[in-house]
Design a protein around this ligand. Structure first.
Ligand code: M6R
Length: 369
């Protein structure tokens, strides 16, 4: 069943290019326009939406955080992202023009289900992003956009996450398309890049041996920190979550801009810090800022593990370890920057003798509170 791999997680990491391609299949036409037939929410309703709220847990929540950058940029609709477990006990301000997106691989997560019920009671439209056909969350939602990752067995989410990203990009671009924002040309260009992104994921997978080697060399560390900016910030959070659940290590993700507000005090000699570097193209100010963040932590002794685009030479002098990823449009970078972090966590877990597919204390689907 594991198709020759030692763990389901390894198999599922390797299946990501296919999962991504399958999730895109039939949704982009030859002219670069999107069709999301199964949505079941009329375009007229999407055109009217004045607020988007994303609710989810764990890794799906990280996909939601990335969705915010994409939705606000391409559609100019304000977007909030909230942990389902917090949202469900709050008194959120919602109405029939609020679009709630509930992201869940299993479609059975209790907090996400309760959050969507809470939203529907107040008249909001709920759209599920889900990987499991006919599960409770899509059944109770107004509409659904299925991810086509296939069954995910390992407790740690990998291919489901990448396909959730595809789904939220498709949604953001589709919302932009039906509402006709001023980003029309950019949207068409990004759709073309998205259509090719599975190949980029494949290329990343082909270059993972040094990442595995690096992970093994860090097996006796207690702490690893992760820094990112913009869409790299949720990627940092995801990298840290993977390491916690698989390697049982203390791992934290920070927005790099927060360093001086506290976390920089944690930096000590030889502490591994993974930095997700935004594209040097696009908003280059972000890139410059993170290069100085890398310099700052390195000057304080951090061992820097830098994930940067091919061709980004500015980071080279400050990277103790450099992990290259293909250049993508700025907002799509998480599709490629997440992959080395999955491999890193999986290899560290193996090196520490942990059960990769079934980490201690965890269940694949959290159907209780
Ligand atoms: O099935 P769901 O997507 O609703 O699950 C949400 C989380 O429980 C899940 O992503 C969890 O955080 C994973 N174990 C992370 O790898």
């Amino acid at each position: 069943e594991k198709g020759g791999y030692d763990y389901f997680m390894l198999k599922e990491i390797a299946e990501q290019p296919k999962a991504v391609a399958d999730t895109l299949l039939g949704r982009i036409d030859a002219g670069g326009s999107l069709t999301l037939d199964e949505l079941r929410i009329p375009d007229a309703v999407l055109r009217e939406a004045h607020k988007v709220v994303v609710v989810a847990c764990g890794t799906a929540f990280h996909a939601g955080l990335i969705a915010k950058y994409a939705i606000e940029h391409w559609t100019r609709i304000p977007c909030e992202v909230e942990l389902a477990s917090e949202f469900r006990y709050r008194d959120p301000i919602l109405d029939h023009r609020t679009l709630v997106i509930a992201i869940s691989q299993s479609g059975e997560t209790m907090d996400t289900l309760m959050a969507l019920r809470h939203a529907r009671e107040q008249g909001a439209r709920v759209l599920a992003v889900c990987n499991t056909n006919g599960s409770t969350i899509p059944r109770e939602s107004d509409g659904v956009l299925y991810t086509h990752a296939g069954p995910e067995v390992a407790v740690a989410s990998t291919k489901a996450f990448l396909t959730q990203l595809v789904a939220v990009y498709l949604l953001a671009l589709y919302l932009g398309q039906v509402r006709g924002t001023k980003w029309g040309d950019e949207i068409r260009a990004v759709v073309k890049d998205l259509a090719r992104i599975a190949e980029d994921v494949e290329r990343v997978l082909e270059t993972m041996e040094p990442v595995r080697e690096l992970a093994r060399s860090l097996a006796d560390k207690d702490t690893v920190l992760f820094l990112g900016r913009h869409v790299g910030y949720p990627v940092a959070l995801e990298g840290a979550l993977k390491l916690k659940e698989l390697a049982y290590m203390h791992a934290e993700g920070f927005a790099a801009g927060e360093l001086k507000h506290g976390p920089i005090a944690l930096i000590e000699q030889d502490l591994p810090v993974v930095v997700v570097v935004p594209s040097p193209r696009g908003r280059s100010v972000l890139h410059d800022k993170i290069v100085s963040n890398i310099q700052e932590i390195r000057a304080r002794g951090a061992r820097t593990i830098v994930i940067a685009e091919e061709g980004d030479e500015a980071v080279v002098p400050y990277a103790d370890h450099l992990i290259r990823i293909p250049a993508t449009p700025v907002l799509l970078q998480p599709m490629v920057s997440t992959v080395p972090l999955q491999v890193f966590a999986c290899e560290l877990a193996t090196a520490r003798g942990n059960e990769v597919d079934q980490p201690r204390n965890l269940a694949k689907s959290v159907t209780v509170e």
